[in-house]
Design a binder for this molecule. Structure first.
Ligand code: UDP
Ligand code: MG
Length: 341
């Protein structure tokens, strides 16, 4: 993306119960964005867009307060918790009509916000996508680091192209956001989709910081769910693995049959209780696994065909700043380009 005019930037920040850290993060991000405006690197009506993913604490109150104090800040609020991916999609969709560039960053600022000017410079130099990549995860727990490395390795083996050590800190040009929003799956695995979109891209590196305040919103259960969603939404390799395993077992059964016939013809008495039991349990277990894997995909197809919205926005204080036609608080915005009034 080569810009001749000054681009309008929106920084999208998903927030779920981020009360302890939000004001600090807002101050830091605000300072960086204001400096970019002063330097004429981004348009003066660039914005920070917080997406409140159904928080139960004072997160939304803080976002509205920030918006009243400074035009720089705005927010959209979900009707309930839909998850970080949905929050990101909602933020990008809301920002899309009004933004030349978007940057997504976590509310806890574990990703280095001082890289934002570099990202903007890379975009101006021609990159549509700028990935923030951690080159040092020493602040993460051993478990988080190892499980993340294992996940990247496994996904690569299954043919899913992920940018290792990149999470959700990235800059996207308007056309990339358009292409991303055209992917209509109900549970988009954004980290997997973006590299598949193509477009010129580059990486910037940083050291991951510990959380400024508050606790991680990703307990083990949610992390496993996320990894499984990523895997199942991106590849049918597990079904294929089941097929190969099935073929292998059939091959084994054939060899077994030949052996049984041979022993039968040679008059050997086969008592064989243990081998029958072993194969019975093994085959039973394997069939259950196979059925459950197929069931996961069938379940997903069921979820997809329902075409439920990926998120429901209850309040939007961002769009009215740009558009005079859209009433704010009373409009419910849905995903899939529909809205009811
Ligand atoms: N988040 C969200 N919805 C959720 C969980 C998390 O919007 O259901 C946001 C959260 O507020 C933060 C970002 O996603 O801005 C990353 O979450 P967190 O920092 O807890 O994840 P971790 O860094 O521990 O992987
Ligand atoms: Mg974090």
């Amino acid at each position: 993306m080569t810009q001749t005019t000054i681009p309008r930037l929106t920084i999208v920040v998903p927030c779920y119960n981020e009360e302890p850290v939000l004001l600090t993060s807002a101050a830091i991000l605000g300072k960086i964005l204001r400096q970019l405006m002063t330097d004429h690197e981004v348009a003066t009506d660039s914005r920070i867009l917080f997406v409140d993913d159904g928080s139960h604490d004072q997160t939304w109150a803080q976002i509205t307060q920030l918006g009243h104090e400074q035009a720089l800040f705005s927010g959209v609020r979900f009707s309930r918790n839909f998850g970080q991916e949905a929050a990101l999609i909602a933020g990008l969709q809301t920002a899309h009509p009004y933004s030349d560039l978007t940057i997504s960053i976590d509310a806890d600022l574990q990703d280095d916000p001082t890289l934002i000017p570099t990202m903007v410079a890379e975009a101006k130099a021609g990159s549509d996508i700028v990935y923030g990549v951690r080159n040092d995860r020493s602040t993460d727990t051993w478990f988080k680091r190892t499980s993340a490395e294992g996940f990247y390795w496994f996904m690569r083996k299954l043919g899913v192209d992920l940018v290792p050590n990149h999470s959700d800190f990235r800059l996207l040009s308007r056309r990339v956001v358009g292409a991303l929003l055209a992917c209509r799956e109900s549970k988009p695995f954004i980290r997997g989709i973006i590299p598949q979109l193509g477009f010129p891209s580059t990486k910037v590196y940083y050291k991951r910081q510990p959380r400024q305040a508050g606790a991680s919103k990703y307990p083990l259960r949610k992390m496993l769910r996320f990894a499984l969603d990523g895997l199942l939404s991106f590849t049918i390799a597990p079904i294929r693995a089941v097929l190969y395993a099935g073929l292998l077992i059939c091959g084994g059964a054939l060899a077994m049959l030949i052996w049984i016939l041979w022993t039968h013809l040679h008059g050997t008495v086969v008592t064989g209780w243990s081998s029958i039991m072993a194969s019975l349990w093994f085959l039973g277990g394997f069939q259950l696994i196979a059925i459950s894997i197929i069931g996961e995909y069938v379940g997903r197809t069921f979820t997809e065909v329902k075409h439920r919205p990926r998120f429901i926005i209850q309040t939007d204080t961002y769009s009215p700043k740009f558009s005079t036609t859209q009433p704010a608080a009373v409009t419910l915005h849905f995903d899939r380009h529909s809205a009811i009034k």
